[in-house]
Design a protein around this ligand. Structure first.
Ligand code: MOS
Length: 731
């Protein structure tokens, strides 16, 4: 930890970029003004599997203003070199317009480029594609699963045999789409063999490497710019076909090209949280101690890539159980490739595990919190490692007290208000603490202002703000005098803005860079005979509001401005870095929560209304309390969506997504969101990273859906083992 006073970190700052956002001056991908830009409109496959037999572009090309219609018959061949430095899953990525094969409904088959969007849209409707269509397989139960990934410890069969209570439960979770407000969009411009793209992405470095390998141009020839992201939830974690299509089109027409996916096209042009079937068998003794857990789960992936996510972790470490087995299968289907979506993995696993544990508690007549307490492990039983910090017990007790858990009736369907059945539920949530290698450049100017540059993104959690807070304290500046610049591949590289690793990774690099600059200034002053700090011990100097002084003797000191100008220095600068997680961890690191929900269910109509949600989080140190609360609320809203509303529906006759719009794909709106409350346990995790943070953007969504599902059971006595819990399911 830095010896610096912490004034900005921990303060409930409003977003430093808030004014830019609410006044519309923050530029999102499609809004950048690029001279001479023309418009690209994608033509999507209208079959779910098969081959293109012909494409007739004559009517489209005859439209005034159409510059090109690009498809597999005329597109330049693209190198598509291997790219290991990306989030591409194993397999062969979709090669845009490189062959006649249709792999899923909606796959891009042509792109029209026109001088106006309207002409482009009209011309795209005139492109006539003929197919040799086959019947696609898009149903999870009809696919051929891949070989499983397996894990086991102990002996599950004997653990189940000796159990006093056994449950064998199968859960189904619908496919979910991220549906951030901002549509995915790309503007691509070539100058010679130098490519610049303005892109909606959560990882400018990833998009940069992908484009450089697709087009086989040097990494340095590709620049990716993405200063603002209007929500992501994971959909921006890899470079999608439309970004390649925009760059390809720009090369063909030799003009900058803008391509904005429509809301409908988001549903097959980017990834999604895959549909799951998850069978969990568990056994417990009469006191509720788990004797065995057997997890068998499968989810969809595409026919060309094998997407997987960290869904197995909670089942191995959340509860103490000697006997655990897991079999995890992907099922290739005629669909596009899934991608991580908020709380990826644990948000799925926790719904299943936490629902089953609630069912077990009910069967045994033990309070669900008490049951969890009885199964609290002393160490990570999957690795034998000690916890860095794990304060789940505290989350339970604080949550129970704050929520009024004692008012819950153990007997379901016991509380009624008119037509409404009222129930309470709770669940635990967990998400591993991820960290990746990151760098930042810090430059302190002679006027006492600083600029921090790092390639990181801000899809909403508030990277600009939280990094400003870290930098301000480490440099000893006020927040106003620090400017953080992010979202540009020209800046020092960072890991993907996902998996809750930005604060730990980028924050630690920013801290390092700022510490270096401050120390350099302190050294300079100490060695400078004209400085009031001459000869002082470096450890005794602190910097506050741009002024260096002796700790405990504020009168003895001088400002950065005085120091730098006397020494004829225009600025001081340093590169900060953070190495990421070590090869071998010595601790098991996770963020945790206990989430509580109260619901009202219309006894006749099956409508579920969430009345209250409370989350209590053990997420390590909180850099930015106001933004942390905003993250928690966002996670709860996402969890309400997952629990009750969100469901991507596929028409299995042709593989078409039937509800690819925001009228039919339901997301929570204001009226669906009740009183929310978030409590962060005060503390830090010294093992995790120099800042002591454990990540919070993902964990806040984990546990919300099962808390709601358990509340629905408590209200109605009905167990619905599927998400979303619809009114139909409750009738
Ligand atoms: Mo988060 S799913 O890693 O954007």
């Amino acid at each position: 930890m830095s010896p610096q006073p912490q004034a900005a970190v921990g303060a409930p700052l409003s977003r430093v970029d808030g004014r830019l956002k609410v006044t519309g001056r923050a530029k999102y991908s499609a809004e950048h003004e690029v001279a001479g830009v023309v418009h690209a409109v994608m033509v999507d496959a209208s079959i779910g599997r098969g081959r293109i037999t012909s494409i007739d572009t004559s009517d489209a090309e005859a439209q005034r203003g159409v510059l090109a219609v690009i498809h597999h018959g005329n597109a330049p061949k693209l190198p598509y070199k291997d790219n290991k430095a990306s989030n591409n899953p194993p397999g062969a990525r979709l090669r845009v317009f490189q062959d006649d094969k249709v792999r899923f409904h909606g796959q891009p088959v042509a792109v029209v480029v026109a001088t106006s969007l309207e002409v482009g849209q009209h011309a795209a409707s005139l492109v006539k594609v003929r197919y040799d269509a086959e019947h696609p397989t898009t149903e999870l139960s009809k696919g051929e699963p891949d070989k499983p990934t397996e894990y086991s410890r102990g002996d599950v069969d004997s653990g189940l045999r000796k159990a006093d209570v056994r449950l064998d439960l199968t859960y189904r979770l619908a496919r979910n789409h991220h549906n951030a407000m901002e549509l995915h969009a790309t503007i691509a411009r070539w100058k010679g063999d130098k490519l610049t793209v303005w892109d909606k992405t959560q990882w400018v470095v990833g998009t940069q490497t992908e484009l450089s390998t697709v087009f086989d141009v040097p990494l340095k020839s590709v620049r990716v710019i993405s200063p603002f992201v209007g929500g992501g939830f994971g959909s921006g974690l890899r470079c999608w076909p439309h970004t390649v299509a925009a760059a390809l089109a720009a090369r063909v027409v030799k003009r900058p090209v803008k391509l904005v996916l429509t809301r409908k096209q988001q549903f097959f042009g980017t990834g999604f949280r895959p549909e799951y079937e998850y069978r969990l068998r568990l056994g417990a003794d009469r006191r509720g101690r788990l004797t065995a857990m057997a997890h068998e789960l499968e989810h969809e992936t595409s026919s060309y890539e094998t997407f997987t996510e960290g869904v197995l972790d909670p089942g191995r470490m959340l509860y103490s159980t000697s006997n655990v087995s897991q079999a995890y299968r992907t099922v290739p289907l005629d669909v596009n490739t899934p991608i991580w979506m908020r709380g990826p993995g644990p948000a799925t696993a926790s719904y299943v595990i936490e629902s089953a544990v609630d069912e077990l508690a009910d069967r045994l007549g033990i309070d669900p919190i008490e049951l969890r307490q009885r199964n609290e492990p002393d160490e990570d039983e999957s690795s034998g490692l000690p916890w860095s910090t794990r304060r789940l017990r505290e989350c339970y007790t604080v949550g129970a007290r704050e929520f009024g858990w004692e008012r819950r009736s153990a007997k379901p369907r016991a509380r009624r208000e008119g037509d409404w059945l009222i129930g309470m539920g709770m669940a635990a949530g967990v998400y591993h603490t991820a960290r990746g290698a990151a760098e930042a450049h810090v430059r302190l100017a002679a006027d006492g202002t600083a600029i921090v540059e790092t390639a990181a993104s801000d899809m909403g959690p508030g990277t600009y703000t939280s990094q400003t807070q870290v930098a301000a304290d480490a440099l000893g500046l006020t927040v106003r005098n620090v400017t953080v610049r992010i979202g540009d591949s020209l800046f020092p590289p960072t890991p993907p803005h996902g998996g809750s690793q930005t604060m730990a990774s980028v924050g630690s690099a920013v801290l390092d860079g700022c510490d270096k600059v401050r120390r350099r200034a302190v050294e300079l002053a100490i060695e400078d005979e004209d400085s009031p700090l001459h000869g002082v011990n470096a450890e005794d100097v602190v910097v506050r509001s741009g002024r260096l002084h002796v700790k405990g003797d504020p009168a003895r000191g001088e400002t950065y401005r005085q120091l730098l100008s006397r020494n004829d220095l225009g600025h001081l600068e340093a590169d900060g870095s953070y190495a990421g997680a070590p090869g071998t961890e010595r601790h098991s690191m996770h963020a945790y929560n206990a989430t509580f929900a109260e619901v009202a269910v219309d006894a006749t109509l099956g409508l579920v209304r969430v009345r209250r949600v409370l989350g209590v989080y053990d997420a390590g140190r909180i850099i930015s309390p106001k933004l942390a609360e905003s993250q928690a609320f966002g996670g709860m809203v996402g969890g309400i969506g997952q629990a009750l509303l969100e469901h991507t529906a596929t028409d299995h006759r042709d593989g078409r997504i039937a509800n690819a719009n925001l009228a039919d794909y339901l997301v929570p709106v204001h009226a669906d969101v009740p009183d929310l409350k978030a409590i962060y346990l005060d503390g830090e995790d010294r093992e995790a990273d120099p800042l002591g943070v454990k990540g919070l953007g993902e964990v806040v969504m984990v546990g919300v859906a099962p808390a709601i599902a358990n509340a629905v059971f408590n209200a109605t006595g009905r167990r619905v083992r599927q998400l979303p819990i619809t009114a139909e399911a409750l009738l």
